[in-house]
Design a protein around this ligand. Structure first.
Ligand code: SF4
Length: 161
């Protein structure tokens, strides 16, 4: 008898808050959209997305180049958890964690659905080619780089997320 952890579609059978660390990492689709800086209005708390990403993001691989000790390099880099995945306003609607936290299915382009680690990129859902690094701007000008919420997601309306 195969154990539940060997279930190919483990994210549909194991409760979201009971995924092991390997399964948890696989829920990330690798879009790197959470690595884009956001600005928050001090009066209204409204959050604005920018197309400026963290200097430690490898924009081609969509991977953090200091992932293991990112909190040393960027102390305010927020870790996504089962508890906050639903509530963090800056997570894109297409984020695998946000979808599962809200009881929604993963989109058909997600690597867990396709078995292809490049499928997020092929679906044009990553930040690649759409951003600039914070290292290349004056961070005081961040306001000049605010973009629409749908900037990275040409498909997000389609999946109804
Ligand atoms: S937004 Fe979500 S799916 Fe995309 S890279 Fe960040 S954690 Fe992964």
């Amino acid at each position: 008898m195969s154990s539940i952890t060997n279930n190919e579609r483990f994210w549909e059978t194991i409760p979201f808050d009971q995924l092991n660390s390997k399964q948890w990492e696989q829920i990330c689709d690798g879009c790197a959209q959470c690595c884009a800086h956001k600005l928050q209005d001090e009066e209204t708390d409204e959050v604005f997305l920018t197309n400026v990403v963290c200097q430690y993001l490898d924009q081609n691989k969509c991977q953090c180049s200091v992932y293991g000790d990112r909190h040393v390099h960027v102390p305010d880099c927020i870790k996504i958890t089962p508890e906050n995945a639903k509530a963090l306003p800056w997570i894109p609607d297409t984020c695998g964690y946000k979808l599962l936290a809200n009881g929604q299915p993963l989109p058909d382009w997600h690597p867990l659905m396709t078995g292809d680690s490049e499928s997020t990129k092929n679906a044009d859902m990553t930040i690649t080619g759409k951003v600039i690094s914070e290292a290349d701007i004056d961070i005081d000008d961040l306001e000049d780089f605010i973009v629409e919420d749908s900037y990275f997601n040409r498909l997000c309306r389609k999946i109804g997320a």
